[in-house]
Design a protein around this ligand. Sequence first.
Ligand SMILES: C[S@@+](CC[C@H](N)C(=O)[O-])C[C@H]1O[C@@H](n2cnc3c(N)ncnc32)[C@H](O)[C@@H]1O
Length: 191
Amino acid sequence: MKLSTPEFRAMQSLPRKWGQRHFEMPVFQRMGLDLKNKDVLEIGCGSGYGAYLLSSLDPKSYIGIDVMEEQITLAQKDHPQFEFILQSAEDLSRFSDASKDVVVIFGVLHHIRNWRKAIDEINRVLKPGGSFFLEEPRGVDIKIFDAFFRWGHPDTDFGLNALDAHLTQLGLVIHTKQWTPLLTMYHIKKR
Ligand SMILES: C[S@@+](CC[C@H](N)C(=O)[O-])C[C@H]1O[C@@H](n2cnc3c(N)ncnc32)[C@H](O)[C@@H]1O
């Protein structure tokens, strides 16, 4: 779903970029994020700062998708060297089965009504042995953001317990899971 205007602005802010660069990326790297010579798909790439950070790890290829036209326009303008596509995570049919080594999400599933379908699609495009790096806020943190900053998140049944249950149901393995303030971070492996 499209972001509210306050959240859209917050996602372009320096504090957001600082956090992504100096906190989230290092945590993912400690959890095993290694992109060298890998085919990488980022879901909900926003305005492309994740592409900039991920590409510093030397992937073979990078594609970012996002459902919001304003985000893709900004990403293409600010980072013309990377590939960005206007596309919902619920339909990854443009990507073949088992075509990606690594899928990365920086805080997106809690915006998707049919988030289970998005995970089904990620599971399909991942190669056996591939990795899925994911960070999402807990339900209580989403409520705090909405109360204090009026971000107006969509009402979905997304939650970390439901997420873990769906990953397990698909046979995906939660290799590492780390609680941090505001975000829970995962390294998920496909067998
Ligand atoms: C909280 S923002 C995070 C943006 C960026 N990943 C970051 O960390 O700064 C969530 C992003 O997910 C995108 N999004 C929401 N629903 C989506 C969907 N169904 N498929 C792909 N992207 C989606 C939004 O447009 C937005 O850019």
